[in-house]
Design a protein around this ligand. Structure first.
Ligand code: FEO
Length: 398
């Protein structure tokens, strides 16, 4: 993909990654891909804002060469040190040793520990500015969006906020990089939520603080380091971020996430009965097979919905491990204060419910109802399952 001029003398350059299977080594992106967006400002002084993961380096350097001589870059601004944005720093240092690297004080330490880079590094503090000639950059400290060192960079003449991870999404660029030209807007919105919950959600308080802090700044373009550049739907993505961040401690949507895991189909039969009961109430329901769905895709539903039903067999006197794995990831992400219910089959002693409680009690999930049965459910038990689903859904409506 060639460089794209997003505003006069401001260019998107970046890498579309369609070959990495796991983002951060955890989150699947095999189908979706991801983009690492970097931005070049061609002024009297030339600055590049964030780089890319250390892949497709030749392609990335060729994009920059279309616009400016890389060896004459004056500044490399490191908004965020995670190697999906800083992976090519050593390469840049070799090509443009004179370029000053700018970042926060924590970035300075990380540059040394990650890349053994110590020289020609300039610390920028909150509110500091840097003149490039006609354009001036301003830096804002936005810690934990997504690491503690993170800053955002603002270009005042075009009102562009270079936000790095914030407001970004999974998904390689499919044609246009601009939100108003994109034909797959729903896809990116969905992937922005998945990215938020997988990567950023743990720091939701910091997200709200950053939105508040930046609210007085006029922004016409949000240029994140993953996914679409927002220039038409700025308030939409900012409001979505605000809403998602508020879900960390406030009320969520009246819907149910049903996660089930079944060894021989008995718990699955009950799952169908429970789902039937829920469907009669009109409460939105998302169903996930915990054995076959990566937690990356389940977490957005857990994050946004008020209710959780866990259906799981007992396995070795505890909760069926694939389901436990999903819930442990929910615990890692501090997904708290849900209304919950449990159903599941056991062969002789049970134990799944105990295993579930061990995980959800620290998360303060309110376990409203449980339904256990031995072996395969009887017709009567399935009717009970329908009533169980319907009554839980009524609770969620309230
Ligand atoms: Fe896109 Fe936190 O790195």
């Amino acid at each position: 993909m060639p460089a794209v001029e997003i505003k006069p003398d401001v260019f998107w350059v970046g890498v579309n990654d369609r070959t990495t299977d796991l983002f951060e080594g955890i989150w699947p992106i095999t189908k979706e891909g991801v983009s690492y967006n970097s931005y070049l400002i061609d002024d009297e002084k030339k600055a590049i804002i964030d780089l890319t993961k250390s892949i497709k380096g030749d392609e990335f350097l060729a994009q920059i060469d279309e616009v400016a001589d890389i060896s004459k870059i004056d500044y490399i601004i490191v908004n965020h040190m995670e190697p999906d944005h800083s992976g090519l720093l050593r390469t840049f240092r070799r090509i443009a040793p004179q370029a000053t690297i700018l970042g926060s004080a924590k970035t300075k330490d990380m540059l040394e520990s990650f890349f053994s880079i110590k020289d020609n590094v300039q610390v920028v503090n909150d509110g500091d500015t840097l003149s490039l000639g006609k354009k001036t950059l301003k830096f804002f400290s936005t810690p934990f969006l997504h690491w503690p060192e993170t800053i955002m960079t603002y270009e005042a003449s075009h009102k562009i906020l270079f936000a790095c991870d914030a407001f970004g999404s999974y998904g390689a660029i499919r044609g246009s990089i601009f939100d108003d030209e994109c034909e797959h807007f729903d896809f990116y919105q969905k992937e922005a939520l998945r990215y938020y919950v997988n990567i950023v959600a743990n720091y939701s308080t910091r997200v709200l603080r950053a939105i508040e802090k930046l609210s007085g700044i006029p922004v016409e373009v949000i240029a994140p380091s993953h996914g679409l550049i927002w220039r038409k739907n700025i308030s939409l993505i900012v409001n979505l971020y605000k809403k998602w961040a508020e879900y960390a401690s406030g009320d969520t949507e009246p819907g149910i996430t049903l996660i089930y895991g079944s060894m021989y189909g008995n718990t699955e039969v009950m799952m169908n009965a429970v789902a039937q009961g829920i469907s009669r109430t009109g409460v939105p329901l998302e169903i996930f097979d915990g054995s076959r769905t990566h937690s990356s895709y389940i977490l957005p539903s857990l994050w946004t919905k008020r209710g959780v039903i866990v259906g799981a067999s007992t396995y070795e006197v505890s909760l069926f491990p694939p389901v436990a794995e999903v819930l442990n990831m929910a615990a890692q992400k501090h997904i708290k204060n849900k209304k919950a219910a449990f159903f599941g089959s056991y062969g002789w002693s049970g134990g799944a419910l105990k295993g579930l409680k061990r995980i959800i009690e620290p998360l303060k999930w309110d376990l409203a109802n449980t339904l256990e049965f031995v072996g395969s459910p009887t017709g009567e038990e399935l009717k009970k399952g329908e009533r169980f689903g319907a009554s839980f859904a009524e609770l969620i409506k309230k």
